[in-house]
Write a protein that binds this ligand. Structure first.
Ligand SMILES: Cc1ncc(COP(=O)(O)O)c(C=O)c1O
Length: 406
């Protein structure tokens, strides 16, 4: 992954996010400590003003592109309602997410339905509802959609998710555009897809092509190559299928977890947008994108309380009341979230910050230097707005965290 200069890191380290030694969140610098007045268990806090700022920045960079927020990043109802008000559509991957976004005020015309494992039941419900677009991930799925749509007397609007076998140099668990990933369809499959579409012409309209190469993309040369490849395919397909009018270039733009540098992120976003628009703007189609992390990642923190400071001959452990059960990213992806005490102190300690779960993989950070903390203090795991609560579990029968929108 590309390394960026450390000046931004220094800004974060000098405590830009603290006012009067109290940790604050978002553009309006909202204090977090008052939210712990009646603390019962770990809390995800999301700042809706911060989400507005990020969404608007992405909207501005991508011009007339229609944004479908990737609900998997964070399906909190208030966040969904907020994004709907801002004009977003929703990218969903299950019937559960379809129900959640409909309950949150989205209409079926706002929904793009992706995912490799859509069941017969899910496809039937999606077609009955008249979902705007189904992003197809395999030939048997296309066949299944054709059969079910015919039985229901419906016409499905489908987009082919193509897999160009391109490496965006991200963590292997979040790469999706390589040929050994389960996502999308190999380009060599296109002749068979065309045959299948022609067979189901009465029940399927091909309305677009889509691409998603993975998450945490910080460098865009592979992405640009993929766009060019898909553009050629789009133009060829459009000659055979006049209904083809949407190009969905996915989500995946990354954020920094080891620092807060919104300016650098916006500048990277502009690079990404320029590559996208320069490559695709002469196509005769609507552009779509499915951002998740970039919109909500920085806008949430996970607040947890220190239970014990445990010293062994090898190291110091700060044991908190939240762990991999609430935020699995450090354990699963070796993600390096910043950790900040809600009240800043001057001394510092070096420790592992670990949770209560019976796994040695249950840690938020290893050998981390923190400003000194004691039992009972609150700390915030920063940048936990995306893939935090949505991946939480009840492992060890620990309760799920609370969620608060501010
Ligand atoms: C198909 C698809 N679209 C969009 C996203 C959102 O990606 P991100 O949150 O990195 O923007 C994902 C995430 O894995 C995805 O699989």
């Amino acid at each position: 992954m590309t390394k960026y200069p450390s000046c931004a890191m220094m800004l974060a380290e000098v405590g830009m996010e603290y006012i009067n030694n109290e940790l604050c969140l978002g553009p309006l610098k909202k204090a977090l400590l008052p939210l712990c007045a009646n603390y019962m268990r770990p809390i995800y806090v999301y700042d809706l003003d911060f989400i507005s700022q990020r969404y608007q920045a992405m909207k501005k960079a991508l011009g007339s592109t229609r944004l479908f927020y990737a609900v998997k990043a964070n399906p909190n109802v208030e966040i969904l309602q907020h994004l709907k008000k801002l004009g977003a559509g929703a990218d969903v991957v299950s019937l559960g997410e379809i129900k959640r976004v409909l309950e949150s005020g989205f209409t079926v015309q706002d929904i793009v339905y992706s995912g490799v494992g859509k069941t017969r039941h899910e496809i039937t419900e999606a077609l009955k509802l008249g979902i705007y677009q189904i992003n197809v991930e395999s030939l048997p799925e296309l066949e299944r959609i054709g059969i079910i749509a015919r039985e229901l007397g419906k016409k499905a609007s489908v987009v082919l998710r193509l897999n160009p076998d391109i490496d965006i140099k991200t963590h292997p668990y979040i790469a999706t555009g390589l040929k050994d990933n389960k996502f999308g369809m190999e380009l060599s499959l296109i002749p068979e897809l065309i045959q299948c579409l022609q067979k189901h012409t009465g029940s399927i309209d091909l309305v677009g092509v889509s691409l998603h190469l993975g998450s945490m993309m910080m460098e865009f040369s592979g992405y640009q190559e993929a766009l060019k490849t898909l553009k050629t395919i789009f133009v060829d397909l459009q000659k055979k299928f006049p209904t083809l009018k949407r190009f969905d270039f996915g989500g995946g733009v990354g954020i920094f977890y080891d620092r807060l540098d919104l300016e650098l992120e916006e500048s990277l976003l502009r690079d990404y947008a320029k590559i996208t628009l320069d490559t695709l703007s002469d196509l005769n189609c609507e552009l779509q994108s499915e951002p998740g992390r970039w919109v909500v990642g920085h806008c949430g923190v996970l607040i947890t309380q220190v239970q014990y400071i445990k010293k062994t001959s090898a190291k110091t452990f700060v044991v908190v009341d939240s762990g991999m059960n609430h935020l699995i990213r450090p354990s699963l992806y070796e993600a390096d979230h910043m950790i900040r005490p809600l009240v800043k102190k001057s001394e510092s300690i070096k420790a592992d910050i670990v949770g209560p779960i019976c796994e040695s993989a249950d840690f938020f950070a290893k050998d981390r230097t923190l400003t000194s903390i004691s039992e009972g203090d609150f700390v915030a795991v920063m940048d936990a707005g995306a893939y935090g609560y949505s991946m939480a579990s009840i492992y060890n029968l620990q309760e799920l965290p609370l969620e608060i929108c501010i």
